[in-house]
Design a binder for this molecule. Structure first.
Ligand code: NAD
Length: 440
């Protein structure tokens, strides 16, 4: 694979300009360790200038149809640069080129859906006239932008997760300051180029690179930032929630995703999909399958079949070779072990037997996290019971916890966070509902 990112040198994208700073950071190819680019390190004055410019920009009229047009063009712009972006993703994240191409296509989808949603933001009529004494009044609600949004994103899916914040924020009429992960900033900077070329008005998007804790702290200190939307670890999520005070916060955090395989499931299919979704992106996906509960009657058969698929991926086995860790299936695991309790974020999956529906429901719920879960079953009653009782934001029937498409509401409960992504739902988070009451 050719390294077209080798000579990349980026400044910050602030106030519609590319700005060099005195300090630079290197970005590395995660496979070879080679430097593939350098980026400017933001200082406090850059953060404050971005916030000031973002605040001014929200006052400049930008109609829903204009937002639609810009987002649509940006979606097309991403696809025009698909191969270039895929190579950067493969290098800066260290993911296979086929997955990287898929991420660019998903990111374009996310912007396209955001474009469509820009034309559908609406309120509703409120029948205040039905209240005694209010017969001569009428009211409706409207959704207004929150203003300046700080978007902080993680390293594992750097382009699509940035689009899940930037797309809806722009669709809803806000200005965004994007702070990508230190180790994967390049795709976010190309995204700024794509929006610039798509005609996004100046000040609506800024990209600040540099040290996460420093930039995060300066953004949190600046009271002109109205909302924080964060995807990343629970540790940083909690810190943002504490420092944001009364401001809006949306948090997409970690998980130790469970998938149940019931005795009436199609075992071969469940085993193949589960192996694939446990090791996708080397397990560095927040909904990567980590805990698999298999009914005791099919446990051995499932394990054999899952091993077959895993072996076909790469040799299995708990070993590290340089920067690689082999896909690893753990058995004889107890619920109290770290591999079940904490988020692994690597190609490791634990497979455990269970006896009854109630037992497995209790064990899946015995977790600090609650983002997504999967259940393979042909029993309608178990599926319906799981829909009522499994404590997650998203339950997937007859697939693993690893299923996601970009228009669905996506977000967790417990330590997995609060607030939803998926453009339509993120727009709800990124707008305020205002009610207007007329005294006729
Ligand atoms: P991380 O929390 O280390 O970093 C995320 C972002 O926060 C980065 O941009 C980083 O620079 C920034 N940051 C670091 N310290 C900060 C501070 N003090 N203040 C403000 N910002 C700060 O997470 P990561 O290692 O990049 O990503 C992995 C984590 O992300 C996993 O826990 C994974 O589950 C989670 N994740 C969740 C989802 C989801 O949608 N729920 C999706 C992908 C990843």
């Amino acid at each position: 694979m050719g390294s077209i990112a080798t000579t990349r040198k980026y400044g910050l994208f602030v106030e519609g300009q590319w700005k060099e700073t005195s300090k630079r950071d290197s970005v590395f190819d995660k496979y070879s360790g080679n430097v593939i680019g350098t980026v400017s390190v933001s200082m406090k004055e850059d953060v404050d200038a971005a916030v000031e410019s973002a605040k001014k920009a929200v006052k400049v009229p930008f109609s829903p149809y204009e937002r639609y047009t810009v987002l649509k063009r940006a979606a097309e712009g991403l696809m025009d640069r698909q191969e270039e972006l895929a190579v950067i993703l493969a290098e800066e994240v260290g993911k296979p080129i086929s997955e990287s191409r898929g991420e660019v296509a998903r990111a374009a989808q996310t912007l396209e859906i955001s474009a469509e949603e820009a034309k559908r933001i609406h309120g509703e009529g409120i029948p205040v006239e039905a209240a005694p004494g209010s017969e001569n009044r009428q009211a409706y609600t409207k959704r207004v932008p929150v203003g300046v949004i700080a978007a902080i994103t993680p390293f594992n899916v750097p382009l699509n997760l940035a689009c899940h914040k930037v797309g809806p924020a722009i669709a809803a009429g806000n200005s965004v300051i994007l702070k990508p992960a230190e180790v994967t900033p390049l795709t976010a900077l190309v995204l700024a180029e794509v929006f610039e070329a798509a005609g996004l008005p100046q000040g609506r998007l800024h990209v600040l690179t540099g040290e996460g804790a420093e930039i995060g702290g300066w953004l949190l200190d600046n009271q002109d930032v109205n909302m924080f939307t964060f995807t990343g670890s629970p540790r940083v999520g909690q810190l943002i929630r504490e420092k944001a005070g009364l401001r809006k916060v949306a948090l997409e955090l970690g998980n130790n995703s469970a998938t149940i395989v019931h005795k009436d499931a199609n075992v071969a299919e469940a085993a193949a999909v589960t192996a694939q979704k446990s090791f996708n992106n080397a397990g560095q996906v927040c909904i990567s399958v980590q805990r698999v509960y298999v009914h005791e009657e099919i446990y051995e058969e499932f394990l054999e079949k899952m091993k077959e698929t895993a072996n076909a991926l790469v040799e299995t086995g708990g070993k590290r070779e340089g920067v690689f860790y082999q896909p690893t299936i753990l058995t004889n695991v107890h619920d109290d072990m770290k591999v079940c309790r904490q988020e692994v974020f690597g190609p490791v999956v634990a497979v455990m037997p269970y006896g009854s529906e109630d037992e497995v429901t209790r064990r899946v719920n015995d977790s600090e996290y609650g983002l997504q879960a999967g259940l393979f079953t042909n029993s309608l009653s178990f599926a319906m019971k799981a829909a009522d009782e499994i404590e997650v934001g998203v339950l997937i029937i007859n697939d693993t916890s690893g299923y996601r498409v970009d228009q669905m509401p996506y977000g967790g409960v417990k330590k997995s966070g609060s607030g939803k992504e998926g453009p339509k739902y993120a727009i709800e988070e990124m707008t305020e509902e205002r009610i207007v009451v007329f005294n006729l």
